[in-house]
Design a protein around this ligand. Structure first.
Ligand SMILES: [Cu+2]
Length: 651
């Protein structure tokens, strides 16, 4: 390869012998990548790091690992300069200590980095026009002005061409630790050139009084609490039932490998039940939060929290007994800082078991015999904070072959000010003079399917009422299954009128009634799409135009809204992938499921929002010959007690 850059002393000979080929890069591996780039004559120490992540190895690496052979590790690396445009995309061989490919994208912009958040606030606080606009609103202490670094989108405004920008919104904190989101500084935005470290424009849309009533959520501001409930302890006297070997986990009949990267956060790999593969790789690959407000600067709020910031880099360090209850295993993660240090997140991924109610039950009314199995689930989770919101991702695995993803959105709604009693048409007054705007949280899960191995097909299932001439009693309805054979045919919306759902089958593996084994996905939390397709935000959010996309697996087709999302023009996303219209019958498939929360804020969402949820389930359909939970052993939980104090079962 022409542009192969040869090894730099000190980064060769890395041991990869014991590392699972799908486990994330170690701190040492990330350090080696950074040293290699900084020592390279083609790059050098002034280069900044956007992301450094494992490049997923080919599937054969798993066989090598099983056979005890190490796998050469590769990293995907995006770098940029602080004083010039563009992003360089590199592949780095960790085994050889060499950059093995590089490509330069002059017009692309790196993601906004966590380290830049406070720099953006500082330059806005110090700008004379912004200070003057604050003074007009009665604000004199600029240290109390909180400036949130929103992404700027791609609106083509004069002066913004080609920039690496933030479009900011501001709030006023009245005293230390007080909830500043109760005091929006309405109608005042700044456009910041992040690399130049300067404000290029202050937009003042006019004054709306700042609501000054304190509405806090921190315990320190509350003098009274409701009577606490009695303790609820999760007791596992023999410990947890899962086994972790590095990032590989086994629990009950499940096995998988837990991954993590700066952009998607938590990823799961090689998900198997009873050693039968189901999903090769599962992640939340993109999300966007479109706000429905044309007023003031709010029309620009259309933020891609994964593609523009990265949920991984914004992941919380979790607290035992708070975020996670019971017998908890944590995984730490290591990422890169922009300038070349390790960014370590302690306790970033939480692994534990939860009681899952009853798995199944039947009482035979003739024999009066009852048979019941209690269910349990494995939970793998992480939580990211993106400005005002928290996104808590939970993957659940039950004992009957079901995989579930649940997103819990919490944190603080994005607020603006209004005249008391007169909220905007596009908002809801959650407190006098304080409103939350209508918006959605649209997520796109990317699922590399491998139902019972390679060679899968995509099937749509619709139910219909029978035609009148075949329906003498008017009760008849039936399901029609249709294999959708191309990417364009498989770009689909949900349809509650036909109870539409989809399944991924393996036509090469038949169950005991001669049908292909499969897994189904029911679109339970779909969103209507309100953005005009050719509008500045609509063109960038085109993945929302369908609830399901299916593409032929290509390891380079990774992100639903495109690879370089910040200031993107809408190109390079799943809509383009599917436009290739490849054949997807008996192929390696990727499902892109779009789901989310339609959020008209409530007064109850302030000052901090109780979790609202959206998700999906992958459920076996003919994958097993019968209920796979039949072999769960009967059990009685001896720690359970009657509420009056006596123990269960008369003992
Ligand atoms: Cu919301």
């Amino acid at each position: 390869m022409d542009d192969l850059l040869h090894a730099t002393p000190g980064v060769m000979g890395m041991s990869t012998a014991l590392r699972h080929p799908l486990a994330p890069l170690t701190a040492d591996e990330i350090r080696s990548v950074m040293a290699l780039v900084h020592a390279s004559p083609d790059f050098g120490p002034k280069f900044l790091f956007e992301t450094i992540e494992l490049k997923d190895p080919p599937r054969a690496a798993l066989d090598d690992y099983t056979a005890g052979k190490s796998t050469p590790r590769e990293a995907r690396v995006n770098v940029f300069l602080g004083d010039a445009p563009g992003v360089w995309k590199l592949s780095v061989s960790l085994a050889d200590g060499a950059i093995i490919s590089k490509a330069f994208f002059q017009t692309k912009k790196p993601m906004i980095q966590l380290e830049q958040f406070m720099q953006i606030e500082a330059v806005v606080q110090a700008h004379p026009d912004f200070i003057a606009a604050c003074a007009k609103r009665g604000i004199t202490d600029m240290s109390m002005v909180c400036v949130d670094p929103w992404s700027a989108g791609n609106f083509g405004f004069a002066g913004e061409e080609g920039g690496y920008l933030s479009h900011t919104f501001s709030w006023l904190r009245l005293r230390k630790d007080e909830n500043f989101y109760a005091h929006p500084i309405e109608g005042l935005n700044a456009v910041v050139d992040i690399k130049a470290g300067k404000v290029i424009r202050v937009d003042d849309y006019g004054i709306t009084p700042i609501p000054m009533t304190e509405i806090n959520y921190e315990a320190q501001f509350r003098t009274e609490f409701r009577k606490a409930l009695k303790p609820l302890d999760i007791i596992q006297p023999e410990g947890a039932s899962f086994e972790l070997n590095g990032n590989a986990i086994t629990w009950d009949k499940w096995s998988m490998v837990i991954g993590f990267n700066a952009r998607e956060g938590l990823t799961l790999h090689d998900i198997r039940y009873d050693n039968r593969p189901i999903v090769n790789r599962a992640s939340l690959a993109e999300m966007v939060v479109p706000y429905g407000v044309p007023e003031n600067g709010h029309f620009r709020k259309n933020v891609f929290d994964i593609g523009e910031y990265g949920l991984g880099k914004l992941t919380n360090s979790l607290t035992l007994g708070c975020d996670c209850l019971g017998h908890i295993a944590y995984l730490d993660v290591d990422l890169n800082t922009m300038t070349g240090d390790i960014f370590h997140i302690d306790k970033a991924i939480c692994i534990h078991e939860e009681d899952n109610g009853i798995l199944w039950k039947h009482w035979d009314f003739r024999t009066e015999r009852t048979e019941l199995r209690r269910g349990r689930k494995l939970v793998i989770s992480s939580i990211a904070t993106v400005g005002n919101y928290e996104y808590a991702s939970y993957w659940y695995f039950d004992q009957a072959g079901m995989i579930e993803f649940e997103m819990k959105a919490t944190g603080i709604i994005n607020t603006s000010a209004c005249e008391p009693g007169k909220p905007s048409k596009y908002g809801v007054e959650v407190a006098p003079g304080l409103q939350g705007h209508i918006h959605q949280h649209a997520f796109c899960a990317r699922l590399e399917m491998a139902v019972d191995g390679p060679g899968n097909s995509f099937v749509e299932c619709n139910s219909y009422a029978e035609e009148d001439d075949k329906n003498p009693y008017g009760n008849a309805f039936y399901q029609v299954e249709t294999v959708l054979k191309t990417e364009q045919a498989a770009a689909r919306k949900a349809n509650p009128d036909s109870q539409r759902y989809w399944k991924v089958i393996n036509p090469n593996k038949l169950n005991h009634v001669g049908k292909p084994v499969g897994y189904k996905i029911y679109p339970q939390d779909v969103l209507a799409h309100f953005l005009k397709p050719n509008s500045p935000s609509g063109v960038r959010s085109s993945f929302m135009e369908n609830h399901m996309w299916v593409t032929k697996f290509d390891p380079e087709e990774r992100y639903a809204a495109g690879e370089f999302m910040n200031h993107s023009d809408g190109s390079g996303g799943v809509k383009e992938f599917a436009a290739q219209d490849r054949n997807i019958e008996n192929a390696d498939l990727v499902l892109w499921h779009v789901f989310g929360v339609h959020h008209q804020p409530r007064p109850e969402d302030f000052p901090v929002q109780p979790c609202i949820t959206a998700g999906f389930k992958l459920m076996p359909v003919g994958f097993f010959d019968q209920n796979p939970g039949n072999d769960v052993a009967p059990s009685i939980n001896k720690a359970s007690k009657l509420a009056n104090g006596s123990s269960c079962c008369g003992t």
